[in-house]
Design a protein around this ligand. Structure first.
Ligand SMILES: Nc1ncnc2c1ncn2[C@@H]1O[C@H](COP(=O)(O)OP(=O)(O)OP(=O)(O)O)[C@@H](O)[C@H]1O
Ligand SMILES: [Mg+2]
Length: 441
């Protein structure tokens, strides 16, 4: 274990932090890039609550329950499913026959409560016409039939990109006060939030180059290749989509607007994925301000079969509390039947939130830690309001950095770029503990 005795209290230079920036800096970036994000007649921003977590843990149920609670508290709320395998309408038990995919646009299901399940077939007709027409025509030249070519012209990511355009659309309008995003399991959620950055990179580095080259070679290529080259309308379509996303990345990274809630179960394997998700959301600059542990076996279950389960859940729950502190951990019991329909969802909400509690309140404006590249080494930076010289212990355990302060222990999952590194030195600058991570000697 490395004792952080040699704590330096030097003034730090201004550095670019990966996961944590000052609220002020965020605000000015946001205002510059997204001037319309505050609707003039609303006192606050539209809040975005993003629910993510491992497959099957209860994301959709908790997202829907939160929406029920907020709508009943008087907020105009939209729950949007970003998961291509939608189950939002099922969660509200709306019945397929009733809706026939009509939830592709916001659909009111109760007072102030709307749901939307982004549907790619619906979106293609609205936003992807030129791109899809071009890709279909290329696929047809390979011998595929019309319908097959149309089906194959739907690429992974198109639906998520469409959902992201809606996020940007709603935050500029005053249609909803709360937008709840019911995400696909962790990996896809991360892909979803990194879409604007990836597209921005493509537009800056590839798009104009590609468009320029094609302009030059098109007359010649017409005679040489059997495959039609993308027409300019294709590029205009891409440009148009890109413009629809402008500023949304700043909105997602603004903790006064967007909060991530991770849903988990009290099981070791699920916890591991939740820890990784926490690290990666933080790396992307999003603030996780709540952990929801779902399906805890209730005390009143006296069955011997469940006794062992309950003990192991209690142990994992203690680990969860320790790992994510100071981020609050909420608990939901396992219900005796599926959480299906409005009333059951309301029942679930009553287990998660106090009656007068506002789940959309902004409670955290920074990530508890961030990762920074500093010249020849990496740094893990932690908010450290109470630490005093000499009382901090640091060591690495598998892919975690463990920080001990008196009797408190904090576990920080390390991103893959840092997993081979060990803490070499720590210094306290202001209220921040900076741990240098270097190759072990
Ligand atoms: N606390 C609970 N008690 C009993 N059943 C629950 C509880 N939470 C969720 N369920 C049920 O578990 C099933 C899966 O829940 P849900 O669809 O919310 O999970 P999910 O994380 O969104 O899944 P996916 O990763 O497939 O999107 C549903 O049938 C739901 O009703
Ligand atoms: Mg789901």
């Amino acid at each position: 274990m490395l004792k952080a005795n040699a704590i330096e209290t030097s003034m730090s230079r201004k550095k670019q932090s990966v996961g944590q920036r000052g609220l002020q800096a965020r605000q000015s970036a946001l205002n510059k890039r997204a001037p319309k994000c505050r609707p003039p007649h609303l006192n606050s921003y539209m809040r975005i609550l993003l629910f993510s977590g491992k497959g099957g843990v209860g994301k959709t149920s908790v997202a829907a329950a939160t929406a029920v609670h907020l709508a009943e508290a008087g907020k105009r709320t939209l729950v949007m499913s970003v998961d291509p395998a939608h189950s939002l309408a099922d969660s509200f038990d709306l019945g397929g026959a009733l809706f026939h995919g009509n939830t592709s646009e916001p659909t009111q299901i109760a007072n102030r409560l709307f749901i939307q399940e982004v549907n790619i077939n619906h979106e293609i007709k609205q936003y992807w016409t030129d791109i899809s027409a071009y890709v279909t025509s290329v696929l047809r030249t390979t011998g595929l039939s019309g319908v097959e070519a149309e089906e194959m012209a739907i690429f992974p990511g198109m639906e998520e990109l469409s959902a992201m355009m809606y996020v940007n659309k709603y935050r500029k309008s005053d249609e909803f006060e709360i937008l709840i995003l019911d995400c696909a399991p962790t990996a896809e959620s991360l892909r979803f939030i990194s879409l604007p950055t990836a597209l921005d990179w493509y537009m800056k580095h590839i798009f104009h180059l590609e468009r320029g080259i094609l302009k030059t070679v098109r007359p010649l290529a017409k005679h040489l290749t059997p495959v039609e080259l993308p027409p300019d309308s294709y590029f205009r379509n891409i440009q148009g989509l890109f413009e629809k996303l402008e500023g949304v990345d700043a909105v997602l990274e603004e903790p006064a607007i967007t909060s991530v809630r991770l849903v988990t179960n009290a099981e070791k394997m699920v916890l591991r994925e939740t820890q990784r998700a926490f690290v990666y959301f933080s790396l992307h600059g999003l603030v996780v301000d709540g952990i929801v542990v779902n399906r805890l076996i209730p005390e009143e279950v006296a069955d011997r079969f469940f006794e062992k389960w309950r003990r192991s859940q209690a142990k994992t729950l203690a680990e969860i509390e320790e790992y994510f502190a100071p981020v609050p951990v909420r608990r939901i019991p396992m219900f005796c039947e599926e959480v299906l329909g409005y009333d059951r969802l309301r029942e679930m909400a009553q287990k998660v939130y106090e009656p007068s509690e506002d789940p959309a309140a902004v409670t955290r404006t920074s990530t508890p830690f961030s990762f920074v590249r500093e010249g020849d080494h990496y740094e893990v930076q932690l908010d450290f309001p109470f630490a005093e010289k000499g009382e901090i212990g640091l060591f690495r355990k598998e892919d975690e950095l463990v920080v001990e302060i008196g009797t408190i222990r904090r576990h920080i999952g390390l991103p893959t770029t840092m997993t081979g590194l060990a803490p070499a030195k720590a210094r306290l600058t202001g209220r921040k503990l900076r741990v240098e991570m270097r190759e072990p000697i």
